[in-house]
Design a protein around this ligand. Structure first.
Ligand code: SF4
Length: 165
């Protein structure tokens, strides 16, 4: 089972999207490789923000860190959601952990040309730490969390997996 240092941005994103998705992901279930949603996300990623240089922090890999220590993340959805924000704050938390004083994150939504700037605050740091604890609690559960109500599963890369069992 994973420990605190193994928790990455994807774990945190799934924690806030769907705990069942997180539980499955932690067990190696990765239907997202087959999903058109994910393939579209990768295409958006490859054609946007071409000047970016990814930063690899081990469990956490972020799209780009600029010279003013702002994390940049390119998203394939249309608008900011709680999961994107929590993932971005997790990257700031990890950067602070290795001595880089990240100021915050800028989320880019090329589909709608929106951006959202999120400063990294003491509250965000506290939440990021709480998220890591919550991820570990979810993944160590003996049985998978329940399905979300079907309308909440729209666009989820695990949809076929969950609803065709
Ligand atoms: S399809 Fe629904 S229940 Fe399954 S992982 Fe996605 S959001 Fe969760």
């Amino acid at each position: 089972m994973i420990g605190p240092e193994d928790v990455g941005g994807v774990h945190v994103k799934y924690l806030h999207h769907c705990r069942r998705q997180l539980w499955l992901y932690a067990r190696g279930v990765r239907p997202e490789h087959l999903s058109t949603t994910v393939q579209m996300g990768e295409a958006v990623h490859e054609t946007s923000y071409t000047r970016s240089s990814p930063v690899d922090l081990g469990a956490a890999k972020l799209d780009h860190l600029d010279g003013a220590a702002w994390v940049h993340e390119v998203k394939s959805s249309s608008k900011p959601g709680r999961a994107d924000e929590a993932q971005a704050m997790h990257y700031c938390y990890r950067l602070h952990g290795v001595g880089v004083a990240a100021q915050g994150a800028i989320l880019h939504y090329p589909k709608t040309r929106r951006t959202k700037r999120l400063p990294y605050t003491p509250q965000a740091a506290e939440q990021a730490e709480a998220d890591i604890a919550a991820v570990l609690e979810v993944v160590s559960a003996p049985v998978s969390p329940p399905l979300l109500p079907r309308p909440s599963c729209r666009g989820c890369s695990y949809l076929d997996y969950c609803w065709n069992e």
